[in-house]
Design a protein around this ligand. Structure first.
Ligand code: SME
Length: 153
């Protein structure tokens, strides 16, 4: 069970202690990955000039460090401006496999206060249908907090 507010309160404490945005994004990935055993890969992609660029992650090494908007589950989430919960990645035609063991995937978009997408939390699990509405909601709390770190001025 993952609790977004608990993770955010850890992050708030770190921020008060002077942690940078990069530190906080790494910290967030660590806290999320530790929350459940079947979160097998957890990472943050940031949207830079229309391309998703891998910021930091925990799990198997991946060569997919840059994903164009529209490609794969990650790029489709941005193109369609919505979170994507994929219970069976084998059913996705343009799926980009990072690990052959992955069975399900959840992408939760990170937005600024103004609602602009700045990146995403990407989670993979080796278990089919590992993610439910609770995961999406709780990760949404963390993604919203992270997204606001990108507010201008
Ligand atoms: N599966 C993703 C690519 C990223 S890896 O899961 C780390 C996709 O289809 O976009």
């Amino acid at each position: 069970m993952i609790e977004g507010e608990t993770i955010v309160s850890h992050l708030e404490t770190r921020r008060s202690g002077g942690a940078t945005r990069d530190d906080l994004m790494k910290e967030a990935v660590g806290l999320i990955e530790a929350a459940r055993q079947d979160y097998d890969w957890v990472g943050i992609y940031l949207l830079q000039d229309g391309v998703l660029v891998l910021d930091n992650y925990l799990g198997e090494e991946t060569e997919h460090t840059r994903i164009a908007v529209g490609d794969g589950v990650c790029g489709t989430a941005v193109a369609e401006d919505r979170n994507l919960n994929i219970p069976d990645v084998n059913e996705i035609e343009n799926y980009i496999a990072c690990s052959i063991g992955t069975a399900s995937e959840l992408v939760v978009l990170m937005r600024t206060s103004a609602g602009d997408v700045v990146g995403q939390l990407d989670l993979d699990s080796d278990r089919p249908a590992a993610f439910d509405e609770g995961d999406e909601r709780e990760l949404g709390v963390v993604a919203d907090w992270l997204g606001r770190l990108f507010d201008e001025g």
